[in-house]
Design a protein around this ligand. Structure first.
Ligand SMILES: [Zn+2]
Ligand SMILES: [Zn+2]
Length: 265
């Protein structure tokens, strides 16, 4: 009897740990969700202001995604305009490339390289939009300290929302980034990757902890912060980085995450 009991207690723990080791092995093989694989890098080589280049919109989307363009829409998507040139220059400046505004080989190959993290500092401040409830704030703060305990990052709560490295807000439906939210259920949240780390939660009904029929803000927070720190998705259902979460449950970081984060840094 006692052996059976021990077994039932042990099993979930063991399988969870195995899952995480599996995740660790998978990471170098999985393309991160933020990667942009330019299949036709060659077609852009040497493109500069004034050129007409087929598929240039892909470059705009990339630069917008990483915060170098405030919006990617253009009336003439194939035309290399002033705005695009400035964005390319800002990108080049940030990565210590030759600031030419031209899509040269170095610039394009950097864009085409999937990276898991682009933070150049380890002390990051975070802030929630001012109206966030106390319970939710506590749960998010907890998520950050969990990540701090398994990574080289330190997190502090920023005093001003707009100055924080990681800005977290709750938004309804269309919020200006071509990734509209869908109300209750469905899509729960998404992030903007560094250098402008933003975490957007769908402004739907959130639970704090395991509440039947509702999704735990802490668990989704852990998942999304993982993205902000550079992790892609896992195919392992138990992992915090798995892209789906059922209602009414909570999930946590597993101890093996320490090894994963160490490997990424
Ligand atoms: Zn969004
Ligand atoms: Zn995700």
């Amino acid at each position: 009897m006692s052996a059976v009991l021990l077994n039932s207690v042990m099993e979930p723990e063991v399988s969870h740990l195995v899952s995480c080791i599996f995740l660790f092995l998978l990471i170098p093989l999985l393309p991160p969700s933020n990667s942009s694989s330019f299949q036709f890098v060659k077609q852009f080589t040497g493109s500069k202001k004034g050129d007409n280049v087929r598929g240039l919109q892909e470059i705009r989307n990339y630069l917008q995604k990483y915060g170098y363009l405030s919006y990617s829409y253009s009336k003439k998507p194939n035309y290399f305009d002033d705005t695009l040139e400035s964005a390319v220059q800002a990108y080049q400046l940030n990565y210590h490339l030759n600031v030419s505004g031209t899509l040269d080989t170095n610039t394009l190959s950097l864009m085409a390289t999937p990276r898991y993290t682009k933070w150049s500092k380890f002390n990051l401040s975070w802030a929630l939009q001012p109206s966030t409830s106390h319970d939710v704030q506590g749960r998010i703060a907890q998520a950050f300290s969990k990540w701090a305990s398994v990574s080289h990052f330190n997190f502090s709560k920023g005093k001003e929302f707009t100055h924080a490295d990681l800005q977290i807000s709750f938004l309804h439906r269309d919020h200006g980034d071509n990734s509209s939210f869908d109300g209750p259920g469905g899509v729960l949240a998404h992030v903007n990757m560094p250098p402008n780390g933003k975490l957007y939660f769908d402004a739907e009904h959130w639970a704090v902890g395991a509440v039947p029929g509702a999704v735990d803000i802490g668990t989704v927070g852990l998942h999304e912060i993982g993205h902000l720190l550079g992790l892609g998705h896992s195919t392992v259902a138990e992992a915090i980085t798995y892209p789906f979460i059922p209602a009414g449950v909570t999930n946590d970081l597993c101890p093996a995450m320490l090894g994963i984060m160490k490997n990424l840094s």
